[in-house]
Design a protein around this ligand. Structure first.
Ligand SMILES: Cc1ncc(COP(=O)(O)O)c(C=O)c1O
Length: 411
């Protein structure tokens, strides 16, 4: 494994002081062998629970726990090392840029998807093109932020899914037109695990002169992401799910050509072209994607986010995708044997890591599984099962056995 400084560039060092505690990592290395045998020992929760809930939150790793300790040690030992913490922010930017194949200048470091999207939305003008096309699969924050633009002259149109749980492409063709300013889609739906055909929708939107915003929160860390291949104009994701970080840190990618076409009015001093100019009589946003930032960066979450992203890179996102695909085909077979109703589309290309199963009482089913030490979650009347690199076939079998015991809660 290469060290962070090798991969993310040099770290700041005060004159004559030893390197910060971060350089002395005490985490255990990954083991040889197939996933999850290689990685599971890094996630202590598996000693007491079967954790299969990464769509809500990734399991805590030794690396992320130690990153918080490093943050506290740096604060303790150095007082207020803000130059260093600003460099850490740049490390986080570079880590996410590497993950999605963007340039660091095309990445804003934000505190949530909401913050990045609000900055983008605030900078769009709806005079020449007034329509925002989005879907019924969006996370509430995305829909709410777009609807908030109605007071600024925008019109929001929702594309609805069909009977089979997928969104027919023709519905995008009907909705996206010459009046569309932006098309806002989610990569993998948090409620049913369905995956949008981003390529196709993006091509159509661009042909019709509209921008594309992609919410990749449910895919980042579980599917390889390449913004050049996806072709989207904006992509946002946080780190607390499949990227194994924690709350408080997210990123917004903005394609180089569109950055200066958007003039955010939801802003802050870390969006300025020169943060340390401290000029309160002027607003000159950065020429880079940093213009979509706001206030003081979330330093503790940045330590954790870098540790999570690095660990996920080390584990391998493509290996994880293949592994989870295998687990999910076993899971789907087992669910069919139980005659459960799966609301996630069957075709592997039309789903992500998340599999959703209808329940008569989803909160009760989550609680019943929880009493047996199995951690899942629920949304919209469905049990959410989301495997990751650390989950094994035994986990899937154990979960299926538990579901058989609670069959009366399945539909
Ligand atoms: C698809 C998706 N988008 C957005 C969010 C939340 O975004 P934010 O970082 O603004 O809380 C979630 C979180 O659960 C999500 O699943």
């Amino acid at each position: 494994m290469s060290t962070r400084s090798q991969r993310l560039g040099p770290t700041f060092q005060l004159d004559g002081e030893p390197r910060p505690a971060e350089e002395q990592q005490g985490e255990r290395p990954l083991l040889a062998g197939p996933l999850p045998d290689r990685v599971r020992h890094r996630f202590p929760i598996f000693r007491s629970r079967l954790y299969i809930n990464s769509c809500s939150q990734g399991a805590l790793s030794d690396a992320v726990r130690e990153s918080y300790q490093r943050y506290l040690a740096d604060w303790d030992e150095r007082g207020a090392p803000w130059d260093y913490w600003v460099e850490k922010t740049e490390d986080a930017r570079a880590a996410f840029a590497g993950l999605v194949n963007a340039d660091p200048d095309e990445v804003a470091v934000t505190t949530s998807v909401s913050a990045g999207l609000s900055a983008v939305a605030s900078g769009l003008r709806f005079a020449r093109r007034s329509k925002i096309v989005t879907t019924d699969w969006e996370f509430p924050t995305v829909g709410q932020i777009w609807h908030a633009q109605e007071s600024r002259g925008a019109r929001v149109v929702h594309v609805e899914p069909g009977e089979d749980g997928t969104i027919p492409f023709e519905r995008f063709e009907q909705a996206i037109d010459e009046d569309t300013a932006i098309v806002s889609i989610t990569h993998v739906c948090y409620r049913n695990g369905a995956r949008v055909d981003v390529d196709k929708v993006t091509r159509l939107a661009h042909e019709r002169g509209a921008l594309v915003f992609l919410d990749a929160y449910q895919s980042a860390g579980s599917l390889p992401l390449d913004v050049r291949q996806l072709g989207v104009d904006f992509l946002a994701a946080g780190v607390l799910k499949y990227l194994l970080g924690s709350a408080g840190l997210a990123f917004l990618y903005a394609r180089r050509d569109v950055i200066e076409r958007v003039w955010p009015t939801a802003t802050g001093w870390f969006a300025d072209r020169n943060v340390f100019e401290m000029d309160h009589r002027d607003y000159s946003p950065a020429a880079t994607a940093a213009r979509f930032q706001s206030g003081t960066p979330p330093v503790p979450s940045i330590y954790a986010g870098i540790a999570g992203i690095e660990l996920m890179q080390e584990i391998g996102i493509e290996d994880t995708r293949k592994h989870v695909l295998g687990l999910n085909s076993r899971l789907l077979e087992g669910l069919d044997e139980l005659r459960a109703t799966v609301v996630t589309p069957r075709r592997p290309k039309r789903r992500g890591a998340l599999i959703c199963v209808k329940s008569l009482d989803a909160p009760e089913l989550v609680a019943a599984l929880g009493r047996e030490g199995i951690v899942t979650s629920e949304r919209d009347g469905s049990l959410r099962i989301s495997a990751h690199a650390y989950n094994s076939t035994e986990d899937v079998d154990e979960l299926l056995a538990a579901l058989a015991r609670h069959k009366k809660l399945l539909v």
